[in-house]
Design a protein around this ligand. Sequence first.
Ligand code: SF4
Length: 103
Amino acid sequence: MKSSRRGFLASVVGLIPAVGLSRFAYGAADELAESDPSAIALGYRADATKVEKAKFPKYLAGQSCSTCQFYQGSASDQVAACPLFNGRSVRGSGWCNGYAPKS
Ligand code: SF4
């Protein structure tokens, strides 16, 4: 009995790094969908030109995730993590109401 519990614990502990690594390895698969409630709340669009300008008047033509200070990739990266969406990936061509230009 004791050894099966030990075996169970060993297998659970062994899974932790695998889960963590799979999240890292498939980071791009964890891309934020426009239909996600948090994306809707902040008006996120993968294509900044499709932003609902009447609802989000802060948007100015030419702004995009790739020039936002929260964008975790380089300006040339097509996809990168955004801390406003819990580290999920957003499109460099995207935009949301949290936009803040890089200084
Ligand atoms: S905070 Fe910036 S990088 Fe993140 S989704 Fe909004 S505009 Fe894009």
